[in-house]
Design a protein around this ligand. Structure first.
Ligand SMILES: C[S@@+](CC[C@H](N)C(=O)[O-])C[C@H]1O[C@@H](n2cnc3c(N)ncnc32)[C@H](O)[C@@H]1O
Length: 209
């Protein structure tokens, strides 16, 4: 099945290059209708993306998800809720640099990225210096990156990368659910699981200076 044809206007890409170019065109066509653009990397089955879109009708909310079934489920949820501000790009999140132009994104969200915690796997981590630089380039001035994880070491190493001058930390906690940020927190599918396992959850929000 070709995923893009099942949810026209919502799911806009498959892996191959031509379709990636089509999704750039589609995203760029939709953007002028919105005052903000929020981008979620590794959006999973869409629980967070959908709530984000419901709470922010002024924003085009674009999720990048590499797994077919999860991208499809997100599309189903957007259809069910009749949301016109959700798009899902079923491709590697590292493609963002080809789909957006500098200064177009108001906020990035990275929720519970795969930890890749063996030494030889570290290079696979989504939040690496190269992607962080790309995100910074695509953010508007004062645009933000909001990152959540249950993985303490990944959190500490990402915070270190983001302690550079070009970013300013505005929220930081290693126990999100007991923090003042719990009130407006949008949960994710993986977060519900980690919560049930009583794992402490970490949140960082940092702003492009
Ligand atoms: C641990 S899950 C978290 C999913 C969701 N954010 C949540 O919190 O419920 C990580 C997700 O990132 C996706 N993913 C991993 N690497 C990716 C990449 N390079 N590009 C896009 N999605 C990716 C996986 O398929 C998976 O759905």
């Amino acid at each position: 099945m070709q995923l893009v044809t099942t949810k026209p206007g919502i799911i806009v890409a498959e892996h191959d290059r031509e379709l990636a170019e089509n999704s750039r065109i589609e995203i760029q066509r939709r953007l002028p209708d919105f005052s903000d653009c929020f981008v979620e990397l590794g959006s999973g089955s869409g629980m967070h993306l959908i709530t984000l879109a419901q709470r922010n009708p002024q924003a085009l909310c674009v999720g990048f998800e590499i797994r077919f079934k999860r991208a499809f489920k997100t599309g189903e949820k957007a259809e069910l809720k009749v949301l016109n501000n959700v798009m899902v790009v079923r491709t590697d999140a590292r493609q963002i640099k080809h789909l957006f132009s500098p200064g177009q994104v108001s906020g990035f969200f990275v929720n519970y990225p795969d930890p890749w915690d063996k030494r030889r796997w570290l290079k696979n981590r989504l939040l690496n210096p190269e992607l962080l630089q790309t995100m910074r380039d695509l953010l508007k001035e004062k645009g933000f990156l909001r990152y959540k994880t249950d993985h303490q070491e990944y959190f500490a190493s990402t915070c270190k990368l983001l302690s550079a001058e070009q970013w300013q930390t505005v929220k930081h906690t290693t126990d999100l659910l007991q923090s003042p940020y719990a009130e407006n927190n949008i949960p994710t599918e993986f977060e519900m699981l980690f919560k049930s396992q009583q794992k402490p959850l970490c949140l960082l929000e940092t702003v492009r200076t």
